[in-house]
Design a protein around this ligand. Structure first.
Ligand code: DAK
Length: 259
C-alpha cells in the first residue's frame, strides 16, 4: 500500500514506526489516514521481525481529532451505517503486539481516543489532551467516554468531556493517562528505548501480558484472574520460559527466540 497520510519506517529492524502526516491539518484524522494507519499496523503485526510499534505525530500535534471539514455534512444515516467515520477506527484494537503512542502537542477528540487505544502513552511536556467534541454539538465517538474515565476517573473525565478543558502533560501523568513525560526533543528517543526494551523480551510473554491486561477491562476480577492464570500456565509451554529462567539461574543474559 502506498501511504499518503502517514510515514512508515522501522528502527533497528525491530520497531515499526507510524508517523501521522497531515501537518497542515494538525494531523486531523480522516478515513484515508485511518485506513493507512490500520494497514501499516497490521503489516507490522504480521512481520515476525517487529516486536513493538510506535504511533506518533508532529511536535505541534499528535492529532487534533477527526477531520471536522470531512464530517461536517454527514447525516445520521451516513455515520450510523458505518461507511463513513466508523468503518476503520477500531483496527488498532486487533493488533496483538504492543503499540506505544508518542504524543507531542495536541491530542484532541479522536486524537486523544487514538492515543488511548494504544497500549501506553509517552508524552512530551507540551502535550495537551482533550475531548472537546461538546463544542461541536457532538460527543466523543471513538471510545472517549469509556477509556478516559477508566484512565483518569469519572470526575476528570466528566470535566474534560463536559467543559472541553484540556489536560496538560503534567496533569495527564498525575492522573494516570500517560506513563511518562519527557522533553519534546527526547520524545522519540524515550519511546524508542521503551520499544527496544520490549523487543528484547519473549514476544509470546509480551503478547500474553498485553492480552491479560486488556482482559481486565472486559471482565470481573475473578474471570480476569482466571484468564491471567491460564495465560501464566501457558507460558510454561514455551522455550522462552526455559531460556529466561535458565539465564537467570546461570547469571547470563537471556536470548529469547519467541517460541
Ligand atoms: N479537523 C480539521 N481541521 C483541523 C482540525 C480538525 N479536527 N483541527 C485543526 N484543523 C486545521 C485548522 O482548520 C487549520 O486549518 P487552516 O485554517 O490553516 O486551513 C489548521 O488545522 C491549524 O489549526 P488552527 O489554526 O486552529 O491552529 P491553532 O493552533 O490556533 O489551534 C487547535 C489548534 C487544535 C486548538 C484547534 O485547531 C482546534 O480546536 N481544533 C479542533 C479540535 C477538535 O474539536 N477536535 C475534535 C474533533 S471531533 C468516531 C471516530 C472519531 C471521532 C468520532 C467518532 N467513530 C469511530 C464513530 C472523533 C471526533 C472528533 O475528533
Amino acid at each position: 500500500m502506498a501511504y499518503v497520510n502517514i510515514e512508515v519506517r522501522t528502527e533497528a529492524g525491530k520497531v515499526g514506526i507510524v508517523q501521522l502526516n497531515r501537518p497542515k491539518q494538525l494531523n486531523a484524522l480522516n478515513n484515508e489516514l485511518m485506513d493507512e494507519l490500520g494497514a501499516a499496523l497490521k503489516a507490522f503485526d504480521a512481520d515476525a521481525a517487529i516486536g513493538c510499534m510506535i504511533v506518533t505525530g508532529s511536535e505541534k500535534a499528535f492529532a487534533a481529532g477527526a477531520d471536522i471539514g470531512a464530517m461536517a455534512s454527514y447525516s445520521f444515516a451516513d455515520v450510523y451505517k458505518g461507511d463513513y467515520i466508523t468503518r476503520n477506527w477500531e483496527t488498532i484494537r486487533s493488533i496483538r503486539k504492543p503499540v506505544i503512542a508518542a504524543v507531542s502537542g495536541f491530542a484532541l477528540g479522536g486524537g486523544c481516543e487514538l492515543a488511548m487505544m494504544c497500549d501506553f502513552i509517552i508524552a512530551a511536556d507540551n502535550a495537551k489532551f482533550g475531548q472537546p467534541e461538546i463544542k461541536l454539538g457532538i460527543i466523543p465517538g471513538a471510545g472517549g467516554t469509556q477509556r478516559l474515565p477508566r484512565a483518569v476517573g469519572k470526575s476528570k473525565a466528566m470535566d474534560m468531556a463536559l467543559t472541553a478543558r484540556m489536560m496538560d502533560a503534567a496533569e495527564a501523568e498525575r492522573s494516570g493517562l500517560v506513563s511518562r513525560v519527557v522533553a519534546p526533543d527526547k520524545l522519540m528517543d524515550e519511546a524508542l528505548a521503551a520499544a527496544l526494551t520490549i523487543c528484547e523480551f519473549s514476544q509470546i510473554a509480551v503478547m500474553a501480558a498485553k492480552e491479560s491486561i486488556n482482559r481486565s477491562f472486559e471482565s470481573s476480577l475473578s474471570d480476569g484472574v482466571m484468564f491471567e492464570r491460564r495465560m501464566f500456565h501457558a507460558t510454561f509451554a514455551t522455550t522462552d520460559q526455559k531460556e529466561g529462567m535458565d539465564a537467570f539461574v546461570n547469571k547470563r543474559k537471556a536470548q529469547f527466540r519467541h517460541q
